[in-house]
Ligand binder design. Structure first.
Ligand code: GLU
Length: 442
């Protein structure tokens, strides 16, 4: 296991060397997530009186763990995969964040996403710091048995750095409740006791919470509803386009539809469907990463993912992958409000264009924070040995989202900043207060 601490790491070097001014004309769909994360941090910090020392700490992860994860494939061969766990900042509580199985996973990507988790937890006022991890693998190339082996070995490799009061993984891209159940089992076997609190997002049969899977989509829908209201529009009949019809996009679309919105377009990785009078989203199966999921759905028009992003709708929800709203298409976006379902769908250049064009962007660290908030509820249920009903989870989530929304709204109104900067201001103030209270060790 390779553990690199803080400022002398290669990651630090990468962060330092990849930081560029956002005005440089690089192809911004390739914008590195760490570049975006650092830019947003600096921008919000200008509004606050944070010490340079704290900012320097926040620019870098506390710990980056890199592991090799060997498995025996079904054909008898041994294959070795790279895995990572990056822990960003824990002043407010144990590290928390998902683990993803995806070919794009890297130490740098995990660092940026761990930073986002620190802000996300602070925006929601959850007692956690940010982490993210994953394995560089295309999960569709492994069978179930191989995925299980990979997960069990990964859990073993990370055993020293994770723990229910240390760092609590959860599902993310390419992983699900089964993945974290295997992770929990492997960890528990080695610890000699059942430790349900080691992960969240588990199946309810082993201590998972009701409502966790739909929670990120639910939070997206809640803030979309609040944003419509804030800008004087009614949800009744409001038009919505959703890019990505996985767990986040599909649940957001279905809720907005149930609340009276009109979801006119949805897409998966192969493209989308459009009906100006509103799609029956409840009957469209959720994209399970299989191609052609939407092809058989009866709709008046097919459209590409690029066309979906430029539809004239009240709410646009990019809920698929990062960096889809870029310098190239930002000027053509016609939506009135953008609500970020995915992590990091808007590049820095696109963000600037939207600000100039007065298109509000409700940021990922608020909009999709329902996932980690429900994870927090799961963690509490484990500590209290008492499970909550789905209704309790949804009610609590609604309360937490509205509290966070109000905190951001106050900053937007008081300082005249964007919703993203407001979210960072809320997060950084809370982190700054915690740091001031605790001080620096030793
Ligand atoms: N992976 C999710 C996220 O990006 C949730 C993390 C968690 O529940 O810990 O917010």
């Amino acid at each position: 296991m390779g553990v690199r601490n803080g400022t002398d790491s290669r990651i630090h070097q990468q962060i330092m060397s990849t930081h560029k001014e956002p005005t440089e004309q690089a192809p911004d769909e390739d914008e590195s997530p760490i570049e975006t994360a650092r830019y947003q941090l600096e921008r919000a910090a200008e509004h606050l009186d944070l010490s340079e020392g704290l900012l320097e700490q926040l620019r870098h992860p506390s710990k980056t763990v890199e592991v090799s994860v060997p498995i025996r494939r079904t054909d008898g061969s041994v294959e070795v995969f790279n895995g990572y766990r990056v822990q960003h900042f824990e002043v407010r509580g144990p590290y928390k964040g998902g683990m993803r199985y995806h070919p794009s996973v890297s130490a740098e990507e995990c660092t940026a996403l761990a930073m986002l988790m620190t802000w996300k937890c602070a925006v929601m006022d959850l007692p956690f710091g940010g982490a993210k991890g994953g394995i560089v693998v295309d999960p569709s190339e492994l069978n179930t048995q191989e995925t299980e082996q990979l997960t069990r070995r990964f859990a073993e490799e990370l055993r020293e750095v994770v723990g229910p009061t240390k760092d609590i993984p959860a599902p993310d891209m390419g992983t699900d409740e089964q993945t974290v159940a295997w992770f929990m089992d492997a960890y528990s076997m080695q610890e000699g006791e059942t430790v349900p609190g080691i992960v969240t997002g588990k199946p309810t049969a082993v201590g998972g919470t009701h409502g966790r899977e739909e929670a990120p989509g639910r939070s997206v829908a809640i803030v979309a509803r609040e944003a419509l209201d804030y800008y004087g529009r009614s949800i009744a009949g409001a038009t919505v386009a959703v890019q990505g019809f996985g767990a986040v996009g599909a649940n957001a679309a279905r809720l907005l539809d149930a609340w009276g919105g009109s979801v006119v377009a949805v897409s998966d990785v192969d493209g989308g469907i459009y009906d100006e009078s509103g799609l029956d989203v409840a009957s469209i199966p959720t994209d399970s990463d299989e191609h052609g999921q939407l092809e058989d759905v009866d709709a008046p028009r097919q459209l590409s993912n690029a066309e979906l992003l430029e539809l004239d709708v009240d709410i646009l929800i990019p809920a698929a992958v990062g960096n889809v709203l870029t310098r190239d298409n930002a000027a053509d976006v016609q939506a009135s409000i953008i609500v970020e379902g995915a992590n990091g769908p808007t590049t820095t250049a696109a963000d600037t264009v939207f600000e100039e064009r007065d298109i509000p962007v409700i940021p990922d660290i608020l909009a999709n924070a329902g996932g980690v908030t429900a994870s927090y509820f799961e963690w509490l249920q484990h500590i209290n040995r008492r499970s909550w009903s789905r209704e309790e989870v949804n009610d609590e989530l609604e309360t937490e989202m509205l509290d966070a929304w109000d905190a951001l709204r106050a900053e937007v109104e008081d300082r005249g900043v964007t919703w993203r900067t407001a979210a960072y201001i809320v997060a950084l103030s809370r982190i700054g207060d915690a740091m001031n209270a605790r001080g620096l060790w030793p």
